[in-house]
Design a protein around this ligand. Structure first.
Ligand SMILES: [Zn+2]
Length: 259
């Protein structure tokens, strides 16, 4: 959908210079799909996308591709950016939701990847038998977690969490079930296996990519969420459609995250 960046309207005129003019507010703007913004032959882009879907990291493609590492990384960053954009727009969760936090990285010594900058704290939500949302948070505290819960869940939901203090005020927002663990195993029938399954899924994917630069970590995490949420579908046509539907102009702000 070619939306106006000023008023989000979708009706427009095409101007002689290739730009578009919004019918509602008159703004003139450029609209280039992410796919078209990448100046590689179509067949090359299709091949890169195919390898991405299969989970072949850029460095493993160094002998079979005619592209440079820089252009592969850039293309994949854009694909991940599209995942991040649609995952961000995913409706807030309602009903039974599992919440949990974990850390990524931090084990690797030296100057590569996220290990260099220490651990990244990630907060995640899983709908029972459903989709996942996960996002990096600035600190392991109540304020950071409640901000995400307010943004990504609807009031009146049923929250399953571990026994951490930070979740204590959840009962004001909905129902709250704390899972007590005895020797690492949940006691009784309640559990947060869904989110824990996602953490191991995410860690497996990200392990393969080796050092993930910290400023792009949110994109890799979004990629994993997107893969998980579409795990029963063929990603190739889905991602191709996204790359054609999203414009490079609307994607840019999401690509780099400071801090
Ligand atoms: Zn407009």
């Amino acid at each position: 959908m070619k939306r106006c960046p000023g008023c989000a309207g979708c009706r427009h005129y095409r101007l002689g210079d290739g730009r578009l003019k919004c019918r509602a507010c008159g703004l003139r703007f450029t609209w280039t799909s992410v796919w078209d913004s990448v100046r590689l032959p179509t067949a090359t882009k299709a091949r890169l996308l195919e390898l991405f879907v299969l989970g072949v990291p850029s460095y493993r493609q160094r002998f079979l591709s005619d592209t440079s590492a820089v252009s592969r990384e850039r293309f994949y960053r854009l694909v991940r950016g599209c995942c991040a954009l649609v995952e961000q727009l995913r409706e807030p969760f309602e009903g039974a939701i599992e919440c949990d936090e974990t850390t990524f990285g931090g084990a690797r010594k030296g100057k590569r990847g996220w290990g260099a900058a220490g651990k990244v704290i990630v907060f995640g939500l899983v709908k029972r038998n459903g989709c996942v949302k996960a996002m990096p948070i600035p600190a392991h505290d109540r304020a950071s977690i409640m901000r995400e819960i307010e943004a990504h869940t609807r009031e009146g939901a049923l929250y399953y969490t571990d026994e951490w203090q930070a979740y204590a005020t959840l009962k004001l927002r909905g129902e709250h079930v704390m899972i007590r663990k005895e020797k690492g195993r949940p006691a009784g029938r309640d559990h947060i296996n869904g989110i824990e399954g996602f953490w191991s899924y995410a860690k497996n994917w990200l392990y393969m990519y080796r050092g993930v630069p910290r400023q792009y970590f949110h994109l890799y995490l979004a990629e994993v969420c997107y893969r998980f949420n579409h795990r029963h579908e063929n990603l190739q046509p889905l991602l191709y459609k996204l790359l054609k539907q999203i414009s490079i102009q609307e994607l840019r702000p999401i690509l780099v995250r400071k801090g």
